[in-house]
Design a protein around this ligand. Sequence first.
Ligand SMILES: NC(=O)c1ccc[n+]([C@@H]2O[C@H](COP(=O)([O-])OP(=O)(O)OC[C@H]3O[C@@H](n4cnc5c(N)ncnc54)[C@H](O)[C@@H]3O)[C@@H](O)[C@H]2O)c1
Length: 365
Amino acid sequence: MLLVKELSVKGERIFITGGAGFIGSRLGRALTALGAEVTVYDNLHPQVHGDNPDINFPMRLIKGDIRDREFLAQAIHDVLPTVVIHLAAETGTGQSADEPSRYCDVNVVGTGYLIEILRAMQCPLRRFILAATRAVYGEGAYIDAMGRMVIAPPRKTEAMARGLFDITDEQGKPLTAIATPENMPPAPGSVYGSTKLMQEYLIQQTPAPWEYIILRLQNVYGPGQSLRNPYTGVLSIFCQQALAGKTLNIYEDGAIIRDFVFVDDVVSAFVSACQVATANGEVINIGTGHRASIADAAQLILTKLELTDQNYNITGEFRAGDIRHALADISLAQNFLQWSPKMSFENGIQALVDWAKSEEGINAG
Ligand SMILES: NC(=O)c1ccc[n+]([C@@H]2O[C@H](COP(=O)([O-])OP(=O)(O)OC[C@H]3O[C@@H](n4cnc5c(N)ncnc54)[C@H](O)[C@@H]3O)[C@@H](O)[C@H]2O)c1
């Protein structure tokens, strides 16, 4: 076991792009509580925050767009950050197929601007931490009948139209999903995943004086995830729909698998990434290593809301590009960050449901 967590964040000037969002706002609070001076740079994207956002947190907020190069440069020169945590992004997998240029602009070009501005800064940054994603793996790791690890090929639309959702090899033989390690060659299946992979490449391939750590997050859920953004956060969307009395429509046969990780566990992974002494240049999965099917997750939400499973419907419909199975191998996170998730799925869903109910009450009142 490596000895890590040697650096204190007390007094560090931490600049969080996208820090008004779901993960960033909780992370900013946690770092502030540890004595860091946190500045949030965020354009308060209406898709996430609505038209009249009511932002209330102890961090300094600079409202600006990652694509506004001059304004971003001004903000960074004003703050002179010692740590940058880059979260600002367009995050909708389905939406990215319809708006590839916007996704490239924000996720790729925006990251390019950020790196160029930081390179021109007089006092060097200590560390750059990127919020990356499991979407870079596409279908991720599988094993074949011989026990060999393989990258699963993308699913064929014709097969899915016939209700064949599970992954097979090119000959149609079944493959078995396993936890995906970080050294699996990336094979994103969406524009979103490709732009997020490009962020990783920009950080890895631009010579710079700072250390970097890339955290590939699985599906993050919990209180604070936008209930109005229809493009991300399946569990928040389910909560919002269930509270509105709608039926939850579940794609495929309900057996899509995700590794849902609670937001506060993700926050503690980022805090560790600020504190560790020895993870420079590492790409690290952040998940739980536990599988949950979408149908089971929906059922749990309905149970916690005291609704019945008549409120959900497995439709057999599918979306091209959807990943069948996502599960993280989290051994590197345990080694490099001395991190492991603490929240059980059941308690995490309870926290999400309680929060969604209180938000619904506020909006209704
Ligand atoms: N939530 C997840 O399940 C998940 C999973 C994997 C990776 N990630 C990554 O984590 C990061 C944060 O995700 P989140 O769930 O907190 O999303 P979020 O949408 O809640 O937060 C993103 C924030 O970025 C801001 N933003 C968007 N476009 C911007 C722009 N052009 N300029 C400045 N700010 C902009 C938004 O206003 C928002 O506050 C993203 O980079 C995302 O790709 C999230």
